[in-house]
Design a protein around this ligand. Structure first.
Ligand code: SF4
Length: 355
């Protein structure tokens, strides 16, 4: 079996650690590129959301490299994600690829059922090494998220442009190669120290922006044109409101984060609307209350939950007097136009602080 999966932030590092730990060969899809996007767009329905198209491109590139099994999450709910896997499987079969697709429903608190379902696809796997590699994979995921949270603050203060990105990439590579939990802890500690050492620029006015929106768009720098980097390079500290660990842990255990979202969104949105629409509304309220300078909402074109959230967060913007900008992405989005909008938004935030 040669297993593959779509790119989604640090997901490939996590799954690679898990599968290689139980002796299964992994074929990483090549990093998402313009070729990936072109393949995905060419072979998907025009109105499919952007993450769907990029997933298709990732799969084609991994199948070309020799993968024969695709792992994908499924699900239920008022959003198209639930049937991504089935539709993608049919597209790839029509293209003539020969492979097996494993579609796993998120556990939503039923961890035992989820693990039983997962294990049934890998008969003969040793339980002890499965648990060991699972724990190491979770540890790496938490470390990768923490390292990125630090990057998004320290990069706004870097001494030399590009230095903190290089440090981050180097330590992400080290995390990927880490063989045990102790090594993960050591790499994370050292990585954060190095970021800190190389970030000494201080400003009289320090802007803070929260990024809210659809999770795939937030996690994939290629897809959002590395918006965090653009903001950091303008001297803005960035807080990304969704990380892979939050998403997986919440969907696994139904943890209190959902209750926190419901509480923060109260008065604006009283129910889950699918995808991450509720999170977007709740996070906008949360960071408005924390007196952030602004909120940027990122969403894929045709994403229904985020389109509903977009209407609501305009009201939050008025109620809390916080600037909110929505950026809608699709395959035709151009970097230059978005860079101009980001710069104009940051200018506006500086002006609000100086008058
Ligand atoms: S949340 Fe939006 S972009 Fe993501 S799968 Fe659902 S509809 Fe598509």
């Amino acid at each position: 079996m040669k297993i593959t999966y779509p790119h989604m932030g640090s997901l490939n590092m996590v799954l690679k650690t898990m599968f290689e730990g139980i002796g299964i060969e992994v074929i990483d899809p090549p990093p998402t590129s313009n070729r990936t996007l072109t393949l995905g767009v060419k072979n998907s329905h025009e109105f499919a959301c952007l993450p769907f198209k990029i997933n298709v491109g990732n799969y084609i590139e991994a199948l070309e490299k020799g993968a024969d099994t695709i792992v994908m999450l499924g699900g239920i709910g008022p959003c198209r994600f639930g049937y991504y896997g089935q539709v993608q499987r049919e597209i790839l079969k029509d293209l003539g690829y020969n492979f097996n697709m494993i579609i796993l429903d998120p556990p939503h608190g039923r961890i035992k059922d989820f693990l039983r379902d997962l294990a049934s696809n890998f008969p003969g796997v040793d339980l002890k090494s499965a648990i060991k590699s699972f724990v190491l994979a979770v540890k790496k995921m938490l470390a990768a998220d923490k390292l990125e949270k630090n990057l998004l603050i320290y990069r706004a203060h870097e001494d030399k442009q590009g230095i903190t990105t290089k440090i981050y990439e180097k330590y992400m590579e080290k995390l990927e190669k880490a063989k045990d939990i102790k090594e993960v802890d050591r790499v994370l500690k050292e990585g954060i120290e190095k970021l800190k050492e190389n970030a000494n620029v201080q400003r009289k006015i320090q802007l803070k922006v929260a990024l809210v929106g659809e999770i795939y768009m937030l996690l994939e720098p290629f897809t959002n044109m590395d918006i965090s980097k653009s903001l950091n390079e303008l001297g803005v500290e960035v807080t990304k409101t969704e990380y892979l660990s939050d998403y997986l842990i919440n969907s696994a255990f139904k943890l209190p984060q959902r209750m926190e979202f419901a509480k923060n969104a109260r008065g604006y949105l009283e129910r889950d609307i699918g995808g991450h629409g509720l999170n977007t509304v709740a996070n906008t309220v949360k960071y408005a209350k924390l007196k952030y300078d602004g909120v940027i909402h990122i969403l894929p074109f045709t994403c229904t939950p985020e389109i509903i959230a977009q209407g609501i967060i305009n009201r939050i913007s008025r109620d809390y007097d916080i600037p909110v900008m929505s950026l809608v992405y699709d395959e035709n989005t151009g970097q230059a136009g978005y860079q101009t909008r980001i710069e104009a938004f940051v200018d506006l935030l500086y002006k609000r602080r100086t008058v």
